[in-house]
Design a protein around this ligand. Structure first.
Ligand SMILES: C[S@@+](CC[C@H](N)C(=O)[O-])C[C@H]1O[C@@H](n2cnc3c(N)ncnc32)[C@H](O)[C@@H]1O
Length: 252
């Protein structure tokens, strides 16, 4: 099912690669949740689509005996991943034209990638093609409800509107999955580590470290920064938890 997402193409990840790891780290809890649902051994081949700077790829590779490959369209992001590990194979290619034979992998996953893909349906179809029978796909993303609940959405409401246009909601991803031939499993929602926000959050916002802050008007951005500073000044306790939906599918 081919449905182009024109809003997804605009981020230059070669440029972003220079600062990406300043605001994003690997997520051990996310990797732990992925590993809970799949049975892998040293013969298993795993593909991380849109692996970026390899943060989750490397955590995953360290936590399992399976052989993990990272794939990304951005040369810059892969260069950063390469600096961290020479062991994990890294491949530069788009997610909808995976340079692998049919039925190669036992598990394919993508974390925070689906909203960047120009044609998510074709990418999911290609994931189906490269998965072996009984293989599994997991797409880790945020539902529209989870986007609305972000701390950033409270201070920058326009950013939630932007991201709800970029992110396919879960029912849309479900359609892609079923259309590709997968069996769908029930999506699982997780809330990780509620933590109290500190000045680091303000600094990230001031550096526009979140991509959607580049996509809202200057007025909306400046108003949000003022409101956020006021909340800190008033001693308000700002608690944040990373909310994700894990969309699982299996190939018979
Ligand atoms: C938000 S980053 C997520 C990186 C990594 N998965 C993580 O969790 O840190 C999105 C990544 O998707 C990659 N990407 C965007 N469009 C892509 C495409 N069509 N094919 C493969 N990768 C793509 C970007 O280059 C970027 O590295």
């Amino acid at each position: 099912m081919s449905r182009e997402n024109p809003k997804s193409k605009s981020i230059d990840y070669d440029k972003v690669s220079k600062v990406y790891d300043n605001v994003r780290v690997g997520d051990p809890e996310m990797v732990h949740q992925l590993l809970q649902e799949v049975n892998l051994d040293s013969d298993s081949l795993v593909l991380d689509v849109g692996c970026g700077t390899g943060n989750n790829t490397l955590l995953f590779a360290e936590a399992t005996h399976a052989r993990v490959t990272g794939l990304d369209i951005s040369h810059g992001m892969l260069e950063k991943a390469r600096e961290k590990s020479k062991q994990v194979p890294l491949v530069q290619a788009p997610a909808d034209t995976l340079p692998f034979a049919n039925e190669t992998f036992h598990f394919v996953f993508m974390t925070e990638v689906i909203h960047h893909l120009p044609d998510p349906g074709s990418s999911i179809e290609d994931a189906y093609r490269v998965l072996s029978p009984n293989g599994a796909l997991c797409i880790v993303t945020q539902s529209h409800k989870q986007i609305e609940g972000r701390m950033t959405s409270r201070f920058f409401p326009a950013s939630a509107m932007v991201d709800k246009e970029r992110y396919p909601d879960i029912d849309v991803i479900d359609e892609y999955i079923l259309h590709a031939g997968f069996n769908k499993m029930i999506p699982k929602e997780y809330q990780f580590r509620p933590t109290q926000l500190c000045e680091d959050y303000l600094r990230t916002v001031e550096n526009r470290g979140y991509s959607m802050l580049h996509k809202i008007s200057r007025e909306d951005y400046e108003q949000g920064v003022r409101d956020l500073k006021a909340a800190f000044t008033n001693g308000e306790k700002l608690t944040y938890s990373a909310d994700y939906t894990f969309v699982w599918a299996t190939k018979e």
